[in-house]
Design a protein around this ligand. Structure first.
Ligand code: HEM
Length: 374
């Protein structure tokens, strides 16, 4: 597609066409155009046109990812201080403790492990739960609800309505507890902002927490597991890393590029009719950026299909670009680095279980992650 039809018409209906953009430069252009919003010359919006809101969908339509400035700017500003690189750096000792604890549990189990269930999933969900102030022991519930919500982007899962309701009820109870007894956590601070009435309303509050719980773990589990899988597939790269742990940050960047944990951006809607690199896009058309494809674009990256942790240029778009650039990037990078260092130091002989079949990629449209990694 990158070579022959880089702006690919995925489907065409009378009122709306859907497009996929695959080249690195075009992807950046698409994701960047929203910043022109101030001059009223916004070309693409993340907010769907003319979609009726009901109780179930408002929770998504009020997420910062799905709104444009000025609402986007206001919502992002509320939580940005918690995710700045400096604030995140202070979490390092706690992230290391959690990783040590999980490794201890793995050691107690002995034998074969599923790197996803035993390590890559619990690590980020415990970290984000503690940061938000939700009980980490409920993580399997979040996993179920997140999975259903993410599957809904493919086809409306039958459990969707039920699970969104359960998630909302769970948060309502938790908010009541935190209102009665505020803690030093992000939820208590957002509740205070909601009570003060000007910074965010009730639906935005629910949307924010749902987004942070889902984005805070569904992606990082893939970063850890995908990078480990790429290292297993490339034993020479694994050796280089084990000889020199100062390459860990590079390995994480290459993992982000090579097996990008998020395959596609969220949807962009065209604000006007326009020509986009030779294709006629109409107002209301849906456009998706293929992040995975952009990150393998041979016009941008030398030997793009090779996994090489010693690359000099890591300007990938795995965390997006423009005003919706990933809020959690510093946290994800730190979790990835701690995870790799701890795993490879604790288990220098770690290798894939060859008696099992090739690991399966999860059949989810937006994300690139493995079902299990034994
Ligand atoms: C946005 C990827 C981890 C929170 C995004 C976007 C991408 C992305 C591609 C932009 C989507 C778009 O423009 O349509 C990733 C990857 C991660 C990761 C690959 C891990 C490896 C996290 C974590 C958090 C987080 C740990 C934690 C809290 C967010 C939020 C947004 C976002 C809130 C929306 C930002 C906005 O609309 O301004 N992420 N993410 N992400 N991410 Fe992440």
């Amino acid at each position: 597609l990158r070579q022959h039809d880089p702006i690919f018409l995925m489907s065409q209906q009378q009122n709306q066409s859907s497009w996929i953009i695959t080249k690195y430069d075009h992807v950046k252009e698409l994701l960047k155009t929203q910043s022109f919003i101030k001059d009223q010359s916004k070309l693409f919006s993340t907010s769907p046109h003319d979609t009726p809101q009901d109780e179930m969908t408002t929770i998504f339509q009020n997420m910062m990812l799905d709104v444009d400035p000025p609402d986007h700017t206001r919502l992002r500003k509320l939580v940005q201080p918690y995710f700045n690189p400096k604030t995140i750096k202070n979490l390092q000792p706690r992230i290391e403790d959690i990783a040590d604890l999980l490794i201890m549990e793995i050691n107690n189990k002995k034998g074969k492990i599923d790197l996803i269930n035993d390590f890559a999933f619990p690590l980020p969900i415990i970290v984000i739960s503690e940061l938000l102030g939700v009980p980490a022991e409920d993580r399997n519930k979040f996993r179920r609800w997140s999975n259903t919500i993410i599957a809904a982007s493919d086809n409306m899962a039958t459990d969707f309505v039920e699970d969104v309701q359960a998630f909302t009820n769970y948060l309502t109870r938790l908010f009541e507890e935190r209102r009665e007894e505020p803690q030093d956590d992000l939820i208590s601070n957002l509740l205070q902002a909601e009570e003060e009435g000007e910074q965010l309303n009730r639906t935005e509050l629910y949307s924010m927490i749902v987004l942070l719980i889902i984005a805070g773990h569904e992606t990082t589990v893939n970063l850890i597991a995908n990078t480990m899988y790429a290292l297993f597939e490339h034993p020479r790269q694994m050796e280089r890393l084990q000889e020199d742990f100062s390459l860990t940050e590079n390995a994480i960047e290459e993992g982000l590029r090579y097996y990008s944990p998020v395959d596609f951006s969220t949807a962009r809607w065209a604000e006007d009719d326009m020509e986009f690199h030779g294709k006629h896009i109409r107002r209301g058309d849906l456009v998706l950026a293929s992040i995975s494809s952009a990150n393998r674009d041979e016009c941008k990256f030398e030997q793009a299909d090779e996994f090489d942790i010693t690359r000099k240029d890591f300007q990938h778009v795995a965390f997006g670009f423009g005003i919706h650039f990933c809020l959690g990037a510093p946290l994800a990078r730190l979790e990835g680095k701690v995870a790799l260092e701890k795993l490879l130091s604790a288990f220098p002989e770690i290798r894939l279980d060859e008696q099992r079949q090739e690991p399966n990629w999860r059949a989810v449209f937006l994300l690139r992650g493995l079902e299990n990694l034994y």
